[in-house]
Design a binder for this molecule. Structure first.
Ligand SMILES: NC(=O)C1=CN([C@@H]2O[C@H](COP(=O)(O)OP(=O)(O)OC[C@H]3O[C@@H](n4cnc5c(N)ncnc54)[C@H](O)[C@@H]3O)[C@@H](O)[C@H]2O)[C@@H](O)CC1
Ligand SMILES: Nc1ncnc2c1ncn2[C@@H]1O[C@H](COP(=O)(O)OP(=O)(O)O)[C@@H](O)[C@H]1O
Ligand SMILES: [K+]
Length: 496
């Protein structure tokens, strides 16, 4: 899914209107209708709906929604922010059409009975031009204190689509946001996402051809991406058709991480998986992952990396350690390899201590830092959006794929595009989840997916398996091994 800026979204709406595909009033009605249908499918008319509206078009959506709810006998009260601004043209029409009287409010002079209350935030949408202050700030502050179900229309009031809020900025805190046609980019960054709650993208009937023509460098990964690019297994194939993944890592006390990566590479369909680890780990690896082959790279730590065959894809880093001999072995390996590989964890920590090594990373390799590892590699930034933009620059500069892991993992490609992921959950915020991702991406790369696809599909599958593990085991009880187990659910779904 494309992620467009608020200006582009407005442009799409304007063009739909100019080409007489729709009128602005019809767009408002269809937005309100989409919200109404969504609400109706989830909440009964036992609730009391308190709809807070501004005088712009976001408020118009709110007033049209209030009318639709009222006409179907829902309990609705509409509140309108008292301000010197006039209603926008369409909002005035919807204000006139609302059959009930409304409350004009200033500051905190309004009451909401908390029991069974649903607060709908239609104060400001994408037309907000600066931070909330004065009366608007007071209203939102009070709404944030009320104990009720809170739903924002299009975007939480006080938030911008294309930039992030500062600390202490007043923003409506929604449980759910009903956003129109596109994810706003800010929803994919922690600092803003905390205000938006669960995001639901509603179709309001904007012309899909116009959307198709809009240019962007930011996308959200969707299931269709996976469906379209997934390579089905030919019935006549043999193990030689599905690549050789070489997983390298592990050290004394950290054999578990390389075992997880090995199991993950096996579970995404790789033809042959080899694990290069210290001798110390061979028994564990051969017992837990008997399908993989083992080659020794040292005693307790990795000291020398000699890969005993050709045509392979390396994934290196989990549990690798940063012993002096390991660093040397790693550097030597980087000097000798030319094919794209996956670099994670300690492989990145070693590079952080010697930035010249960045230049040795083979083109189109994939690095998978979490935000702290990214910071150690490329420096501090003031926000996750700035970090993402720095990653875009670095991905271009070194011609590598950078995966910044987190709730909404961001993938930055050498050509300058960013793909965000929305699968996964907080049950994955545990040691070992990242090792699974390394194994998945290495396995896909080994099977002949190019670096871009291996990463996009890998990150998506990893989160999706995490979501299945959540259903099966709960967020608390799921483990990295549970994620690996649930990879089969993802592939079964795909093969249905
Ligand atoms: N473009 C689209 O595709 C569509 C947009 N719609 C709705 O329209 C919204 C955008 O509407 P508008 O552009 O009218 O803008 P908004 O309704 O977001 O806000 C504009 C109003 O807020 C006031 N305002 C702006 N910044 C303020 C601030 N910091 N403090 C106090 N007042 C402030 C302005 O004076 C104006 O009255 C969207 O978020 C969406 O809800 C939908 O109705 C239909 C389709
Ligand atoms: N709250 C969350 N929501 C979604 N995914 C998450 C969340 N927390 C962690 N993850 C995912 O789990 C993985 C954690 O990786 P990482 O931080 O390297 O952990 P480790 O090194 O312990 O395995 C990443 O892929 C990340 O995207
Ligand atoms: K809003």
């Amino acid at each position: 899914m494309k992620i467009l800026t608020s200006t582009q979204i407005k442009e799409c709406a304007n063009q739909s209107i100019q080409s007489e595909i729709t009128t602005s009033l019809e767009l408002m009605e269809s937005s309100a209708l989409a919200c109404f249908e969504w609400l109706k499918s989830r909440y009964s008319n036992e609730h009391n709906y308190y709809i807070f509206c501004g005088k712009g078009n976001n408020g118009g959506d709110g007033l049209a929604l209030a009318r639709l709810l009222y006409n179907e006998n829902f309990n609705v009260e509409a509140f309108i922010i008292q301000s010197s601004a006039d209603f926008s043209e369409d909002t005035q029409i919807n204000f006139d059409k609302f059959p009930k009287s409304v409350y004009f409010i200033e500051g905190d002079d309004f009451e909401v009975t908390e029991e069974k209350a649903i607060i709908i935030d239609a104060l400001f949408g994408t037309g907000l031009n600066k931070k909330l202050k004065g009366e608007a700030e007071k209203i939102v502050s009070k709404l944030n204190e009320i104990n009720a179900i809170k739903i924002s229309i299009d975007i939480p009031s006080g938030l911008f689509a294309d930039s992030l809020p500062e600390e202490n900025q007043i923003v409506f805190r929604a449980d759910e946001t009903l956003t129109f046609e596109f994810y706003k980019r800010s929803f994919l960054h922690l600092e803003a996402a905390q205000y938006a709650g669960k995001i639901h993208v509603l179709d309001i009937g904007l012309d899909k051809n116009l959307i198709e023509n809009e240019k962007t460098d930011n996308y959200l990964i969707e299931y269709s991406h996976f469906e379209k690019n997934y390579k089905r297994r030919n019935p006549f194939s043999n193990k030689g058709n599905f690549g050789k993944a070489i997983i390298i890592g592990g050290s004394y006390g950290k054999i578990g991480s390389i075992t997880l990566s090995t199991l993950s590479a096996l579970r995404v369909g790789t033809g042959l998986v080899f694990t290069g680890a210290p001798e110390y780990g061979s028994l564990v690896l051969q017992t837990i992952a008997p399908e993989a082959m083992f080659f020794s790279c040292g005693d307790k730590y990795i000291e020398d990396i000699q890969i005993p065959f050709e045509n392979y894809t390396i994934g290196i880093g989990p549990g690798l350690g940063t012993e002096a001999t390991t660093k040397m072995a790693f550097e030597k390996m980087l000097e000798n390899e030319n094919n794209p590989m996956v670099l994670d964890a300690d492989a990145l920590n070693i590079i952080s201590e010697n930035k010249d090594l960045l230049n040795l990373i083979p083109k189109y390799s994939i690095i998978t830092p979490h935000p702290k590892e990214f910071e150690r590699l490329f420096g501090k930034t003031n926000s996750t959006l700035e970090q993402c933009e720095l990653a875009r620059k670095k991905a271009k500069e070194y011609e590598i794929v950078i995966v910044i892991k987190g709730h909404n993992t961001a993938i930055l490609l050498p050509e300058g595009t960013c793909y965000y992921n929305a699968t996964g959950n907080a049950g994955m915020a545990k040691g070992g989840s990242g090792d699974v991702l390394t194994g998945i991406i290495t396995g896909l790369l080994a099977q002949g997916y190019d670096s871009k696809l291996a990463t996009i599909l890998g990150v998506y599958i990893h989160g999706k398996a995490g979501d299945y593990a959540y259903e099966k085991f709960s967020q608390e009880s799921m483990t990295a091994q549970g994620i690996i187990q649930c990879l089969s659910d993802v592939f079964l779904e795909l093969n249905k």
